[in-house]
Ligand binder design. Sequence first.
Ligand SMILES: Cc1cc2nc3c(=O)[nH]c(=O)nc-3n(C[C@H](O)[C@H](O)[C@H](O)COP(=O)(O)OP(=O)(O)OC[C@H]3O[C@@H](n4cnc5c(N)ncnc54)[C@H](O)[C@@H]3O)c2cc1C
Length: 408
Amino acid sequence: MAEFTMELNDEQKEVRDWLHGFAADVIRPAAAEWDEREETPWPVIQEAAKVGIYSLDFYAQQYFDPTGLGIPMAMEELFWGDAGIALSIVGTGLAAVGVLANGTEEQIGTWIPQMYGDANDVKVAAFCSSEPDAGSDVASLRTRAVYDEAKDEWVINGTKTWATNGGIANVHVVVAVVDPELGSKGHASFIVPPGTPGLAQGQKFKKHGIRASHTAEVILDQVRVPGSCLLGGKEKLDERLARARERAKAGGERVKNAAMATFEASRPAVGAMAVGTARAAYEVALDYAKTREQFGRPIIDNQGVAFQLADMRTQIDAARLLVWRASWMAISGKPFTAAEGSMSKLYASETAKKVTAQAVQILGGNGYTREYPVERMHRDSAIYTIFEGTSEIQRLVIARTLSGMPIR
Ligand SMILES: Cc1cc2nc3c(=O)[nH]c(=O)nc-3n(C[C@H](O)[C@H](O)[C@H](O)COP(=O)(O)OP(=O)(O)OC[C@H]3O[C@@H](n4cnc5c(N)ncnc54)[C@H](O)[C@@H]3O)c2cc1C
């Protein structure tokens, strides 16, 4: 188990500084343009691929950092640059992790390279779970995958929504129901290879924030994929379904705990994104407060402004500590007995919303315009309390974990 330390080692500091340089020199200057265009920033992704930030190698290196701090540190720096562009860069990683976690070695070797493409021809991937009637309530997915034994193919039908990179992805990872009796335990994930007939993009959403990140519906109409596209393979699925049926009879507790542990481990990464946006807005506000003069003195001379900045920084640091703790727990295999992963995501995302709103206020009229980045950061921050489980769902998970009660 890795010793917990608050000090990044030399290698981590080097990576952090390298990422910060990319965020400051490449991402931040492009942020306003791609926010306005509301399009995937392909040239920036390509630049990230050229320097090695947009690659499975880089992602895996951070993911397996034994201190657990690789991913939160990387997310914080990239999202400090700009949330929309950073999500375009890391969005593929969400689908890749789905394959890494559940796929066979052959599936990992076949599909992950196709998710990223290469620096001369970058590709993206999408992870499609949410549906119009199944957002927070993931157990109520309707997209159905049926096995055609004669052809060794799966036939998938349904509508996915809110998919980051949905429809523009080279590879889609689709979660579908294979056994409706088992709720979320009857789900399986499938690779939909590039160019598969029947997969189409539905509406592309015009969003409040993170507008450089593409979000769309994905329609699956009689999509046929080979048996080899079932993540983990048929034998493993059959075993898992058999176990789930047994456990459902016995009360289902162990299965529930396994699924929860996965979320607890992934949620701190979203918390780290929120810390990045909050820190960016705080820094702009601090600089502004020191230079903007009213009544013949800098506005930071007023306790009313200075105390806001003190609170902002305190909350950002507290959020980072919760994120780092949960990330260290995940890599160390510690049990999340108080839903510490959900706690970190809840606190960091709410902090980002609050801090970016305060930053807008500190910049006054300027903060309300697109001339200054805090306006965009405030819009962007609203996503953190919604995706990867809303704040209400985080509170539900924490309260249930603490109390052991089936709180609704
Ligand atoms: C920009 C963006 C990108 C996304 N990217 C992806 C992606 O790549 N892949 C993917 O699969 N999904 C993605 N999502 C979907 C996201 O995870 C869902 O939007 C989220 O889980 C919430 O689901 P919902 O929007 O259906 O809201 P709902 O579940 O309908 O919730 C609406 C409101 O009701 C509250 N609520 C619901 N149930 C309860 C309860 N039991 N107790 C208290 N309050 C409750 C919620 O907290 C929320 O405030 C993305 C969403 C967005 C906006």
